[in-house]
Design a protein. Structure first.
Length: 220
């Protein structure tokens, strides 16, 4: 999970709200999504251009389903936290919540935003139990007076960071979002209702590809 620095120019959603003060995305999901997208487009595009008979049409339908799905699950998820509200861009839906409507932000087995009695997951901030356990063991060693864990074959070149407490990336993000919510919750510009919008630009081509594949299957 990566946190990008404040953007130089604001982007709005129904106003002049600068969302991109902090942007949270999963670096692993981005890398995996680009790789999967490249392979899918390469194989599917080759079948569309060089296939015989019904292969090009079937491949086109499969691409209409697969490409938006890969984009939705890996490249699209992001969390944009600004001074007035938070925008959660999940695979198929975008949630906009003013800080005044946010009750809490928490990380259990997934990161969640609770606002106006409803819970919304944040796909771009995955919870890694392994990273959380690793940070906990590191902090326990420091608390017991032990030094940093040695590297491979006992060779260790500790840095100053090795002597500081660690926190899992998801927990760091949750802490930052909680601080933003507490800081801006009472501000007049941070009031309003939670709004949601379906990602029709993703769902529409997937629906078209699914219909095309069903028609081809029925007419085979």
């Amino acid at each position: 999970m990566s946190t990008q620095p404040p953007a130089s120019s604001p982007s709005g959603h129904g106003g002049d709200q600068p969302y991109a003060d902090r942007v949270y995305r999963s670096g692993g999901a981005l890398a995996g999504g680009v790789l999967m997208l490249g392979v899918t487009v390469w194989l599917g595009g080759d079948a569309v251009l060089r296939g015989d008979g019904r292969v090009p049409v079937v491949s086109l339908g499969a691409l209409l389903v697969a490409v938006p799905l890969i984009v939705a699950m890996s490249l699209r998820p992001a969390v944009f936290a600004g001074e007035r509200r938070i925008r959660i861009r999940n695979p198929f839906r975008t949630v906009v919540a003013p800080w005044g409507a946010v009750e809490t932000v928490r990380a259990r087995y997934s990161t969640e935003l609770v606002a106006q009695g409803r819970t919304y997951q944040m796909w771009s901030i995955p919870v890694s139990l392994r990273a959380r356990s690793k940070a906990h063991r590191h902090n326990q060693r420091l608390a017991s007076g032990e030094g940093p864990r040695r590297g491979l074959f006992g060779v260790s070149t500790p840095s100053p960071d090795d002597y500081e407490e660690r926190t899992a990336p998801a927990d760091v993000a949750v802490r930052e979002l909680r601080e933003l919510a507490e800081r801006h919750r009472e501000e007049p510009g941070a009031q309003g209702e939670v709004t949601t919008r379906w990602s029709w630009e993703t769902l529409a081509p997937m629906a078209a590809g699914t219909v095309l594949l069903i028609v081809l299957w029925l007419t085979a």
